[in-house]
Design a protein around this ligand. Sequence first.
Ligand code: ZN
Length: 183
Amino acid sequence: MAARPKEGSPVRPAGSRQVVHFPDPVLRRKALPVRSVDESVRSLVDEMFRLMDEEDGAGLAAPQVGESLRIFVTGTTERGVPRRAYINPVLELSGDFESMEEGCLSLPDIRGSVRRPVTATIRALDLDGNEFTETSSEFQARVWQHEFDHLEGVLIIDKMSPLDRLRVRRALKDLKAAADEGR
Ligand code: ZN
């Protein structure tokens, strides 16, 4: 029997992580709050930044690197999203809904239109364990919502229009087949 990972702190050694793809079950789990912002959390975040950069993402959540913890990172110069880590984030949404095409590093080759509120306020801990609050009505607010969904086990395929979902059916099947082959 495999040892159960201790809840609430990173379990894998640094340098071994990769972005996990659908249908890995970790992507469907509700992530656990971080108990304390310590060195292991900071080294996990370092690796998340590295993988996000490598794969050219605008954001990356801990479940996407196999850690079921409430952490995500953001950052892309292209659309003015600051480089930042959010630990145990809480989101408050407001404003009108807007549709925009999104992709996800855990769903390669899949894009679809997702409707989200335009404005978000986020409260989270930084890498020193200090609480901070930000509000955005820009692309940043959409990235927060996308990454926050990952902490709840929610993916863009759950939020796409029925037509888009139909369109990506084949790509999803291919991802499942790739996972079966890797087993
Ligand atoms: Zn994603």
